[in-house]
Design a binder for this molecule. Structure first.
Ligand code: HEM
Length: 141
């Protein structure tokens, strides 16, 4: 049974087998889910500052972070609803995260710089949601 999921179709009640290869290659669905979460997931991401450091925002504003400070990020406003990164950010576009050749689009820019984090419904970095793959596969099944 390794690598195989059992699913049941609602219409016929038939048991079907769905392999990891199928679940892992669903670019249109992946784009649609990323777009849905871009518009709806609004987590607060909190971190403790481990050392004194400056933090410069894309706007040019600079903050001096001190060791022990608590930092709270709210990526829903930016990057997720940023009109410089996303054209018509308030609109749902199921193919926003798809290239024309059907591959995943990962090129998003702000002030000419390619962004590493452009959509963060699962958080980011070392504390990124560990339930992500379980959640995504549950939605797919
Ligand atoms: C659509 C569903 C979900 C969304 C949008 C979501 C989103 C998130 C976000 C934003 C974080 C914080 C990440 C950060 O601080 O950088 C997080 C953390 C976490 N999530 Fe999820 N999550 C989902 C489903 C799940 C599920 C199904 C599970 C478990 C079965 C789960 C378990 C966790 C855990 C344990 C953490 C803490 C990780 C850590 O601090 O190292 N999540 N999730």
């Amino acid at each position: 049974m390794e690598g195989i999921f059992r699913t049941r179709t609602q219409t016929t009640g038939q048991v079907q087998m769905t392999s990891h290869e199928i679940l892992d290659h669903t670019p249109i669905f992946d784009s649609l889910l990323s777009e849905t979460l871009r518009l709806t997931a609004a987590p607060f991401i909190s971190r403790e500052v481990l050392q004194d450091m400056p933090l410069r925002l894309a706007s040019g504003r600079e903050y001096s972070l001190r060791k022990g400070d608590r930092l709270c990020l709210f990526p829903f406003i930016s990057p997720q609803m940023d009109s410089e990164i996303y054209e018509e950010p308030e609109k749902f576009k199921y193919d926003r995260f798809l290239n024309s050749d059907g591959t995943e689009k990962t090129d998003f820019y702000k002030e000419g710089e390619k962004l590493k984090y452009y959509n963060m419904p699962w958080g980011a970095g070392i504390n990124v949601c560990i339930g992500k793959f379980y959640a995504v596969n549950s939605i797919k099944l």
